[in-house]
Design a protein around this ligand. Structure first.
Ligand SMILES: [Zn+2]
Length: 192
């Protein structure tokens, strides 16, 4: 027996999200391409029900809409332009407290939709030393390392929300150090 799902935005029992909330969502405007990426796309305008649906991804009991979002994100790219899918990991602390990484959940479902492998490539490095860094780098926040090579690959980098693009830019920089030929960003939502 299937457990009843609820719309993560309005809590109505049924599809997650429900038809009314889907109708109230707007597609994202074009996303400025962060440094180091070849393209960057987002599915939804991060407002109204879309904001709630994406925010709820972070909680295990409200992930019914992850598949719906993944299907939409997969529709932003063609499988032919992607060799493999990966994600920008959250901090170890957050992953341990929630028991999962919502960006990984999304990336794995997007990969399944595209019929492409999903690889764990990036490692989130602990708080970067700030000395010797430029003002721009200091503002940019997270730093990533890479655990394996992706030489020559076109990589789809999945995240939940792309705002300034700083996280995707930092992740793309790490992917380039292990040979990524192309990096395409794809997010569930982008605020106007
Ligand atoms: Zn709803």
């Amino acid at each position: 027996m299937l457990l009843a799902t609820r719309c993560p935005a309005c809590a109505t029992v049924g599809p997650a999200p429900c038809a009314d909330c889907v109708a109230a969502m707007a597609p994202s405007v074009a996303v400025p391409v962060p440094p180091g990426l070849d393209a960057c796309r987002a599915l939804l305008d991060y407002a109204g029900p879309a904001r709630q649906v994406v925010a709820q991804l972070k909680y295990r009991n409200a992930r019914a809409s992850a598949s719906w979002l993944a299907e939409g994100i997969a529709g932003l790219v063609s499988a032919e332009e992607v060799h493999l899918v990966t994600w920008a990991p959250t901090t170890d602390l957050r992953r341990r407290s929630r028991g999962f990484d919502h960006a990984e959940v999304l990336a794995r479902r997007v990969a399944a939709e595209l019929g492409r492998p999903c690889w764990s490539v990036l490692i989130r490095l602990p708080g970067p030393p700030q000395t010797g860094r430029t003002l721009l780098e200091r503002r940019d926040g997270p730093e990533f390392g890479a655990r394996r090579t992706v030489r020559g690959a076109s990589v789809l980098l999945v995240d939940d929300v792309v705002t300034t693009g700083a996280t995707l830019a930092a992740a793309a920089a790490a992917l380039r150090t292990v040979g990524a030929a192309r990096v395409i960003g794809a997010a569930a939502a982008h605020p106007r």
